[in-house]
Design a protein around this ligand. Structure first.
Ligand SMILES: [Zn+2]
Length: 476
């Protein structure tokens, strides 16, 4: 009963009230509120959503007897479940939908209510407060508004927080750069690759004394942070971890003591499943306050590690490390979610190349480079020559590159827009037929951007030493 009352009180607070709760609420009370919210969410989902009703019945789960995650046994909600029939999750009529690219190439759809959007805005605003953004700060919001969630969600949080703002959307960084002085913006928010592009402009044309650059939706290269803070005259560079399924951010960075995130463990119940010996496993979460499309034990496919207890900075609550990678092959890069099928769709339309290809994401300085390695069909390596040479005329090689560009532009204009904006660099390398594949299975997308430890680069996959959980999938 006390937990129910505390829950109702906590649902009504302002961003500043939430900050106080986060800092000072006794662990015993927050623990009871979380347990209460989890039970209520499971019962509500079982009562109102056809998906949960069927899934629980199939496993013999009686919702009224569920007290904690372990009572759900091996039940998890997967991204595929959401892709397959998102409306089967609905418990109430939705007000708004956002999409997120799925690994299968079909977008996931996540629905929210008007009150939920507002509540997420308050939570995000509280997170921003903890990160050092006050109501007096003037914010340029350059997160994408089209289809995806970050722009609108950030906008909600700025309204809840009372910041003066401009909802730019993901425009050419020069548009924001030109207006920083005019509107006296001191905080800029956008995707990391976009913020890097903005910083390159500032380095070239002159910078302004910003207070903070805040990124989300993809990883920020650690080597970029120091450089960005210097260019922007001492601004802090901070990150949030969120997704369209999470709605608000699960992870945020109120302190400088850890490179990972503090976790919002009152709106979500996070779990790490199938951990390896070092504790790294897949992040799973249950939404605790959503009633339009509650997600119970949702598998994010993101691999990380969590620590419980107080952070060294003194704030309570669990923390999580930066993501180590993904369980599947999707790579968040070049300003978007990229998956093997997308490249398959592009490259299969080019008759002059073989079906074998590999895309490697790397950093040159702070710049993201996408290396597309393809094989020229019918041009096997000549034993007498260097196997890296392709016996094609320069014109024929140029033609292949142009065809790939044209196909990518035709099928994925959003992605090629990011290339045009200079958010990443694209390099297409031609190899002789039959030279890319060294094992039975060719890893399609290789992410070499954030895995700097020397051990990580040994073996045939960048993940092989760091994520034993998926090691079996690499050479298999
Ligand atoms: Zn901390």
């Amino acid at each position: 009963m006390i937990a129910g009352l505390a829950d109702r009180l906590a649902s009504r607070v302002t961003p500043d009230g939430l900050v106080k709760l986060y800092r000072h609420a006794p662990e015993r009370i927050t623990g009871a509120v979380v347990a209460h919210r989890f039970r209520e969410t499971v019962r509500f989902a079982a009562r109102h959503s056809p998906f949960y009703r069927a899934a629980f019945a199939a496993r013999g789960i009686v919702a009224s007897r569920v007290r904690g995650p372990s009572d759900l046994g091996d039940f998890y909600t997967t991204p595929d479940d959401v892709v397959k029939d998102p409306e089967a999750f609905l418990c109430r009529p939705p007000a708004i939908v956002f999409e997120s690219s799925g690994t299968s190439g079909k977008n996931k759809q996540v629905y929210y209510g008007r009150d939920e959007l507002h509540a997420m805005g308050v939570v995000m605003a509280a997170g921003s407060r903890l990160m050092g953004i006050g109501a007096e700060d003037r914010v340029a919001n350059a997160f994408d508004f089209s289809i995806w969630i970050p722009g609108m969600l950030t906008h909600q949080s700025l309204l809840a927080s009372g910041n003066f703002c401009l909802a730019f959307g993901k425009v050419d960084p020069i548009e924001v750069y030109r207006r920083i002085e005019q509107y006296r913006f001191n905080v800029v928010m956008g995707e990391p690759t976009w913020l890097i592009r903005l910083t390159e402009l500032a380095e070239k044309h002159g910078s302004f004394p910003l207070k903070m650059l805040m990124g989300a939706a993809e990883e920020m290269p650690s080597q970029a942070i120091g450089w960005m803070e210097k260019v922007w005259q001492g601004a802090k560079v901070k990150m949030c971890y969120g997704s369209v399924e999470l709605g608000s951010a699960l992870g945020f960075q109120p302190c400088d003591k850890i490179s990972g995130y503090h976790v919002d463990a009152t709106d979500f119940l996070p779990e790490i499943i199938e951990p390896d010996d070092d504790g790294y496993g897949e992040l799973v979460f249950t939404t605790l306050r959503r009633r339009v499309m509650p997600l119970v034990r949702y598998r994010t496919r993101d691999v990380t590690r969590m620590s419980s207890g107080r952070c060294v900075c003194g704030l309570p609550g669990p923390t999580m490390e930066k993501l180590r990678g993904r369980r599947d092959e999707m790579v968040v890069a070049s300003g978007g979610n990229l998956y093997p099928l997308m490249f398959e769709n592009i490259l299969s339309k080019i008759p002059a190349i073989t079906p074998d290809w590999q895309v490697i994401f790397k950093l040159e300085g702070v710049r993201e480079i996408m290396e597309m390695h393809v094989e020229a069909a019918g041009h096997a390596a000549d034993d007498r020559n260097d196997s890296a040479c392709v016996n094609l005329t320069p014109d024929a090689q140029t033609q292949i590159r142009e065809d790939i560009h044209a196909q990518a532009t035709l099928q994925y204009p959003d992605f090629m827009k990011n290339l045009a904006l200079g958010i990443f660099g694209l390099r297409i390398t031609l190899h002789p037929a039959g030279t890319l594949r060294t094992g039975r299975k060719l890893k399609r997308l290789v992410d070499k951007r954030h895995y700097d430890a020397p051990a990580a680069h040994s073996g045939n996959g960048v993940f092989s030493r760091q994520i034993p959980v998926i090691a079996g999938e690499i050479g298999a």
